[in-house]
Write a protein that binds this ligand. Sequence first.
Ligand code: B3K
Ligand code: ZN
Length: 882
Amino acid sequence: MKNSFSRAIHLRDYRAPAWWVDEVELDVSIADDGHAEVAATLSLRRNEAVPAAPLQLDGEALELLALAVDGRALPAPASFVRDGRLELADLPARCRLSTRVRIRPDLNTTLSGFYRSKDGYFTQCEAEGFRRITWFPDRPDVMSRYTVTLHANRERFPDLLANGNRVAEGEEEGGRHWARWVDPFPKPCYLFAMVAAKLDRLDDTFTTASGRTVDLAIYVEPGKLDQCGFAMHALKKSMRWDERRFGLELDLDRYMIVAVGDFNMGAMENKGLNIFNTKYVLARPDIATDVDYMNIDRVVAHEYFHNWTGNRVTCRDWFQLSLKEGLTVFRDQEYGSDEYSRAVQRIQEVRGLRAAQFPEDAGPMAHPIRPASYEEINNFYTATVYEKGAEVVRMIHTLLGEDGFRRGMDLYFERHDGQAVTCDDFVSAMQDASGVDLAQFRRWYEQAGTPRLGARTAFDAATGRWTLTLEQSNPETAYERRLQEEGLRFERGPLHIPVALGLLDAHGREILPTTVLSLTEASGRFEFDLSAHGLKAAPLPSLLRNFSAPVALDYQYGDSDLATLMAHDSDEFNRWEAGQRLATRLMLAGVAQVQAGSEAAVPDLFVDAFAAVLAKADADPAFAAEALTLPSEAWLGDQMTVIDPDAIHRVRTLFRRTLAERLRSQFEALLVRHEVAGAYAPEPAAMGRRALRNLALGYLMTLDDSALQLKALSQFRDADNMTDQFAAFSLLAHSDTPLREVALNEFYARWKDEALVVDKWLAVQATSPLSDARARVRELMVHEAFDLKNPNKVYALVRTFCAANPLHFHAADGSGYAYAAGVIRELDPVNPQVASRVARAFDRWRRFDDGRQAYARRALESIRDLPGLSADVAEVVGRALA
Ligand code: B3K
Ligand code: ZN
């Protein structure tokens, strides 16, 4: 943990390392009392390309026992350590440096470095965890070959794993054993991994396109072998997909995935030894929902794809994080689109982007996908770096086309395989391979903020000329203000925005198929000759098809234009988008009415447009489930100058209930029609039908009808799969009826031994709209099911409450804020990374009324003033208060 006064680190200060580490030999011995000794020998070579400088190694929470150069021990090793750095001057240009340290994995609650989870030991090194294992230049541009020998008690830790291939193993005295692993690929230390545990293993093999047979293994806690079949299936699918779509084959003889229950994030792409949160490995029809299956598929693929985009070609420094994350998210999105419905995947991605990234751009943590400065890199594994990063890669794909993009990828690997590079190198490869000028496009990497794209149209019926005027504006964000304070100059300017457009006539027939325009100036005029179509009225534009750029579009669509687009646009994404736009507009009007003291009403036009989607739902149930989902309370709030969570909740509830009343028989018919027969399978068509059916049940449950409640209860009790059980359970748990307690008790009693299902039980209570939600969440903090040390539990209960229950987190009496601040203060000394993620819930605090702001400020200050506050939380809270 760094101290809270640590200064920002700047991209412009990047210097190549003065020393390379060609080889690393690690000898790790886990003692029976829970500590471990790590002996490291680094083969050092001076980097002749930069001026000579002392060797500097990073270390954190290490007890240095011995230090030697070329076998000669240096006395008083601690005297070489200052401010968390071990510095050695006057070393020979090539030498071998040996260190021996003691570490305490049993006490390591940060889950960064080497730590204990249940009965085993695991690592997490990205971004800067390796320095908690041994002294090392902990930066991604130092790439080394690793040989790792692990020693531990054989009975307790039969599985000793590290990256690469096991080359030797043996017995030792005292019931101990050892194993040696060699990773043939040079790698940065953030990709290092080791595991010592007692695990069950699922084995499989995969024959690559070039005919090599690779061993695959998934390791899980004993007794869970029946829960890893799907992850293995996903792994093989993604391996095949990467061969087909990108011509990329696995380079290893052995690929392992280890699942662990205590893990800060989703998963980690360590070379040949991925370590995963159990949430993204374990699945069985009765314990995992369709959404869980889909997430497992995507995360397994994501980590696998990193083997090329991230591991073979890695980042020069952490400012370049989006080089590997944006690109790999783009790749896993494309995988998802090829495996499931492309339109539905796109809708879900954009919904996610708007839920997390747009507010990030609008809040105190705003940063571009390649920030110029940071205090704590772990705070920058953000929606911006990941999801906006993927949007930026997607725009390059849109501008270059599939073939051009593929040539760019090929050139990128040709040039940079085995290197640590920058985002600029990636863009250059894309530009050079395609001939498309991306000079101005690069601004997306350095400019924060969600651009607003204004559109105006004019039509001359006499000549058939239609004109589109586009204007972009790039509002200043918290990021530029901060750069200024840090004395960094920055000029904002227009971005290169690809705008995909189609045109419809008054009957909804397409008269211009999708065309991509490039807006490169602050404003641009685009003319179209439509005389051939003999139009009497202006055409209806379908703008920003498939969400061709991560911008906020301002165009004055009429309500009936939106209804036409909803019904007829050939671009499925924009069919969905039109519905969201219409719903957002009408619901915000309702909020204004409520605020003015009158009652909101749901216009007939909206019910009719909605009914039209319902009528066509059978053609594509997965799409219909998306199109019939109203914009979230958080999204509605983000559109307001001052967010009013109570009025928003009231109006959204009213809209849902009105739709249910008016379309009751249609919803009931869906329930019957889309019953999925046969055994559960996480397969796209069935998933879509379950989603639609459970959406219908959700609407019907707003009617407070006891017959429907009993229907939900029997679905809850009788479902043979978690998707249907969980859908009914959530609805019952959020209903103000006696069945609520019945469902909560039965669900817990049935699943209390399945940690991931208990997380669902917690999360459902955290999102409850009922009036006792806050009291319940507080009570659950001391329930046996909760554990502050386990990130999944904190995310399920605390973060879900703060991030997904705006009604109660933003309670007018400040109790939600006080609760969150209390948890953050308690969590910070335990696990700063997780505490910091929870603290992000305060990002929007200035968007609320004065009363709420006063409470939020007090809560934030109480965190800021915590003695010994971590750098992680200090950065987030400091920015929020700035
Ligand atoms: N690369 C890891 C994330 C590491 C986060 C460190 N705080 C997982 C991923 O993006 O695939
Ligand atoms: Zn990733």
